[in-house]
Design a binder for this molecule. Structure first.
Ligand code: NAD
Ligand code: TDX
Length: 339
């Protein structure tokens, strides 16, 4: 099996590549990544010499480069992780989100139509469903929940999902879509809540909690997400959407306090800052479909996974210290300087 993984130099894509090379040593994995600010070639260092792995630096929007790669490799499966993925950046500047997340996805699917494919899998997000109220803990996102987006990021992901479903209906492209809740674990870019709070804690810097910190996210260990995608591409039904989540809802302030506690830092570092515009209140996935159809269940309990993740950031300081010392400083100043 020859699999194209786009966006594999990012957080979830790299974890997926490690998982797949380990789980299916007979597969060939090709990673296509533009290496934006969020992509790190150093993350893939452990597999660069693996003969079953190839890295190609390219933009999914670059039709010529994408077609040339498909012509050469004749992929069986494409898993599309490549995306602009940070909500705050999408609020600052939506256009690159539309370009990569929508146009890029269409270019990949055009290549699949032209060269033939066994499966095109789109890695989507629970954010396409919008948010749920805090006072209705009985409500969850199912695959039938209407698309109802809040941010330019989630709108661009929803746009891509609609296009993927249109390519299935119109051109019979063999597609699947997965919509996962918030991931955490190794190699997550430090602009996201958990690694940002770990990095700031370790530097004794303020911990910027948006609003009152009461927003709820449904956290899943990244490897559980990778396992779910592996199942969907092998056993998922063509044309279907699968929600992925582990019923692990936590409000932001509890996560931040937990990180302080684990790192032995005072809660006085917590600083409440101006809320995110259009901030979604609560995400909560109902994973019944993927459980019943494919037998998927999350394996890592949050209380263990968060300790493992913190340990990873402690053991791999050079990886994230290099990131936070570069261009990230300008981003941080722009985003948090006057907040
Ligand atoms: P990330 O930002 O860490 O990585 C994105 C990767 O895509 C980077 O390596 C980047 O270089 C690459 N990329 C960006 N634009 C590209 C382009 N035009 N061409 C080629 N490569 C490009 O993102 P992530 O957190 O790993 O998310 C991966 C996917 O999973 C995204 O599609 C995201 O929407 C989805 N998702 C993420 C989460 C989460 O909690 N992080 C949850 C659900 C779904
Ligand atoms: O400094 C911060 N302070 C803060 O309070 C940051 C970076 C975040 N937050 C809050 C905002 C959210 O309620 O923490 C929560 C999580 O924020 P993010 O890590 O930015 O994630 P979120 O906006 O929930 O989106 C994530 O999950 C779904 C991913 O970034 C998306 O790619 C994915 O689709």
């Amino acid at each position: 099996m020859n699999i194209l993984v786009t966006g594999g130099a990012g957080f979830i894509g790299s974890n997926f590549i490690f998982y797949m090379l380990d789980r299916h040593p007979d597969y060939r994995i090709v990673c296509l990544d533009k290496l934006t600010y969020a992509g790190n070639l150093s993350t893939l260092a452990p597999v660069m010499q693996n003969p079953s792995f190839r890295f190609v630096k390219a933009d999914i929007c670059d039709r010529e480069a994408v077609y040339a790669l498909f012509e050469e490799e004749r992929f069986d499966v494409v898993v599309n992780f490549a995306a602009e993925s940070h909500v705050d950046r999408s609020i600052e500047n939506p256009s690159i989100f539309l370009q990569t997340n929508i146009i890029g996805t269409s270019v990949l699917m055009d290549a699949c139509r032209k060269y033939g494919i066994g499966r095109f899998h789109q890695v989507s997000t629970d954010e396409v469903y919008g948010d749920l109220p805090l006072d209705r803990p009985d409500l969850f996102f199912t695959e039938e929940t209407p698309i109802h987006t809040s941010s330019p990021y989630s709108s661009s992901k929803a746009g891509a999902d609609l296009l993927v479903q249109a390519y299935h209906r119109t051109y019979k492209l063999p597609i699947t879509i997965s919509r996962c809740s918030n991931n955490y674990g190794p190699y997550q870019f430090p602009e996201k809540l958990i690694p940002l709070m770990i990095a700031n804690c370790l530097a004794d810097k303020p911990l910027p909690v948006y609003g009152q910190g009461l927003n709820v996210r449904d956290w899943l260990y990244v490897e559980d997400h990778c396992k779910a995608i592996d199942l969907v591409i092998h056993k998922g039904r063509e044309g279907e959407v699968y929600n992925i989540g582990g019923h692990n809802e936590m409000c932001n302030i509890d996560i931040v306090k937990l990180i302080c506690h684990e790192l032995g830092k005072p809660e006085s570092l917590i600083t409440y800052v101006t809320d995110r515009k259009g901030h979604d209140m609560r995400y909560a996935i109902d994973p019944t479909k993927i459980h019943n159809e494919l037998g998927w269940l999350p394996e890592t309990k949050f209380e263990n996974g968060i300790k493992e993740a913190i340990r990873w950031y402690l053991d791999n300081r050079p990886w994230w210290e290099e990131i936070v010392s570069g261009e990230y400083q300008n981003y941080y100043e722009r985003m948090y300087g006057k907040r």
